[in-house]
Design a binder for this molecule. Structure first.
Ligand code: HPA
Ligand code: ZN
Length: 347
């Protein structure tokens, strides 16, 4: 038995960085750093609205989800060729390896690219080859989750699903992202039903800016395996109890929540309450290039800001990330053993 309560707070930052973890909520287009945006813009002859890397970075002051999405979609316009998608994902995997991420499930937004005439093959194969290389070089396992843009129609979601089907073997599941308010999960009931028939796992952003009712309908109507964000569940105690009883994972992204003004500061984040309620909460980076940090930055800064979070919660969050991941049992058991070894060594 590991004595987690004996591990002092001074040891936390190093432990949070060293512990093996899975990242389950990362929009790969949100890992595109300004330097790479400029490099790809030059390579592809794309004219950017900002004169320099510094000017672009200075524009990353968001007031809500939509103000971020406008800049995020503009940044993604430099992605045109398979090599661009590979380079973007490879840059992420280098960061992930340094952060001791052993498994990553990457979201990607094909409609952002196919609408500009980029073939979906270039998107999926570029990302897939980066995933293969991450396994060969770093031992990181990874999966791809195709996200539908919820501000577009369900018909458009069906179209992109059709285009993706020749590459079905490279996908573990589908998700739902982009502007949440006014676009409830019900809008995508039929396309999610089709995806489940195809054997795809399902996740959806819900309860980030949208109301707690969207979390219920993501579960009831879309029949999701995980909720992305979900932090607004705390407004409904009955929903919190339901999520706990279902062991429905929440992929929480603390720095994102502060940057998009869901919480005024990390010190007011509800992560401790979610863990206290027994929820399968995890910590993730969402769009690290835009929100000020990768997964370890999220862990270290959140634990620094919240004194209720200690070694026990660190262990629980890493454990939850493996429980919530879409991998087979044998691999999950291997990681859980490795996690316990790291904490036993620190105790
Ligand atoms: N929320 C919704 N859609 C997104 C996000 C997010 O945080 N990041 C990229 N697309
Ligand atoms: Zn997200």
């Amino acid at each position: 038995m590991i004595d987690l309560d004996r591990i002092g707070r001074d040891r936390l930052p190093a432990l949070l960085r060293a512990m093996p973890k899975a990242e389950l909520h990362i929009h790969i287009e949100g890992s595109l750093e300004p330097e790479l945006i400029f490099k790809l813009a030059e390579r592809n002859g794309v004219k950017l609205a900002y004169p320099s890397v510094e000017a672009l970075r200075a524009a990353y002051a968001f007031t809500d989800l939509q103000s971020f999405l406008d800049i995020y979609y503009a940044g993604a316009s430099v992605l045109q060729k398979e090599a661009d998608f590979f380079d973007m994902a490879w840059a992420y995997f280098e960061k992930a390896a340094a952060d001791n991420v052993v498994h990553a499930e990457l979201f990607f937004d094909p409609q952002t690219h196919t609408e500009r005439g980029v073939p979906i093959e270039a998107v999926i194969l570029g990302l897939h080859h980066a995933c293969q290389r991450a396994h060969a070089e770093f031992g990181i396992t990874s999966r791809l989750i195709l996200c539908f843009l919820r501000h577009l129609s369900e018909e458009a979601a069906f179209e992109v699903l059709e285009q993706a089907l020749p590459y079905r073997e490279y996908l573990i599941g589908v998700g739902l992202d982009s502007s949440e308010r006014g676009h409830p999960p019900e809008k995508f009931a039929r396309v999610f039903a089709r995806c489940r028939e195809l054997g795809l796992r399902t996740v959806a952003h819900a309860g980030e800016e949208g109301p707690p009712a969207y979390i219920d309908s993501a579960i009831d109507v879309l029949k999701v395996d995980r909720i992305d964000h979900g932090v607004r569940c705390v407004e409904d105690p009955g929903l919190v109890a339901r999520l706990a009883a279902l062991r429905m994972p929440l992929t929480v992204c603390p720095l994102s929540n502060v940057k998009l003004c869901v919480y005024p500061s990390l010190g007011q984040h509800q992560l401790p309450a979610l863990l206290e309620a027994g929820l399968v909460a995890t910590v993730n980076s969402d769009d690290p290039a835009y929100f000020g940090g990768y997964i370890n930055d999220n862990f270290v800064q959140t634990f620094e800001a919240l004194p209720q979070l200690g070694a026990r919660q660190a262990w629980q969050l890493a454990r939850n990330s493996f429980e919530a991941s879409f991998v087979d049992e044998a691999l999950r058991e291997t990681w859980l053993r490795r996690l316990d070894e790291v904490f036993a060594g620190a105790g």
